[in-house]
Design a protein around this ligand. Structure first.
Ligand code: IMP
Ligand code: MG
Length: 242
């Protein structure tokens, strides 16, 4: 049986462990052989705690692809205060209206979870996926939108929440795509706005910070899917550590 990746094997493995009372030995898996290592690990029924969690080979170092350290641009405290103010503004402007917050995956994860806790209104939360960057590229590519997680928003006011308005192509594409879902209104809110980079006619309805044309990471924003967990916004390769 070839090694499998994803949810399935985790479930199977977990069930197997429970049913057969297999002892989990942390570090039992041999990562050095990559996929072959996993196959033999699977065959021998030796599972490490790590394999159960991820079922894929971990990177050699935590930030193996990153070009240098991260310089702090916007602190955690500044972000939290700005998000609090944005929550208040939205609470006032959407009072009495049926509101659905639609987070744009993956970059908005932190903003959405912090922002909805600052909005003092009944609301619903949904997600939509958009991606325009490929791998380690820091310049946009073709826009892909996945609407499978969008809930029924007909007759509701939608606020699209994203991490950053850069060229604006993503937000423009999302706004136009959402029209098919017939919401009462659609507006956009972003944490960051790189105003100088805009190539579209629209502007975000709400934003927390204007930033210069630098590639930033943290608070949901990534480089090659790393750095999203940082609680502050930083610039990659920016000299001293944050
Ligand atoms: P836009 O379509 O050019 O506005 O790009 C929007 C998307 O590109 C955002 O949702 C981000 O995922 C990504 N992006 C743009 N600028 C940056 C950046 O400086 N750091 C990380 N991601 C970025
Ligand atoms: Mg994004």
């Amino acid at each position: 049986m070839p090694p499998q990746y994803g949810i399935g094997p985790h479930d199977t493995t977990a069930r197997h462990l429970v049913q057969n009372r297999v002892r989990i030995e942390p570090g039992a898996a041999d990562w050095s052989n990559g996929r072959d290592g996993l196959t033999s690990v699977w065959k021998r029924n030796h599972f490490s705690a790590r394999y159960l969690m991820t079922a894929r080979k971990p990177p050699a170092t935590p930030f193996s692809e990153a070009p240098g350290p991260v310089r702090s641009l916007i602190s955690e405290a500044q972000i939290q205060e700005a998000v609090r103010q944005l929550g208040q503004q939205i609470s006032q402007e959407y009072a009495g209206k049926p509101l659905t917050i639609l987070g744009v995956l993956t970059g908005s994860i932190m903003l959405v979870t912090d922002l909805i806790r600052q909005i003092e209104l009944p609301l619903k939360v949904g997600l939509i996926q958009a991606s325009s960057y490929r791998g380690e590229a820091t310049r946009p590519g073709e826009l892909h939108i996945n609407t499978i997680l969008v809930p029924d928003v007909s007759d509701r006011h939608v606020l699209l929440v994203d991490d950053i308005f850069d060229t604006g192509r993503t937000m423009q594409g999302l706004l136009s795509r959402l029209q098919a879902f017939e919401p009462r209104s659609v507006k956009s809110a972003v944490l960051l706005w790189k105003k100088v980079r805009s190539t579209v006619d629209i502007e975000p309805d709400y934003h927390c910070f204007l930033i210069p044309d630098e590639f930033v990471v943290g608070y949901g924003l990534d480089f090659n899917d790393e750095f999203r967990h940082l609680p502050y916004i930083g610039v990659l390769g920016g000299g001293h550590e944050a």
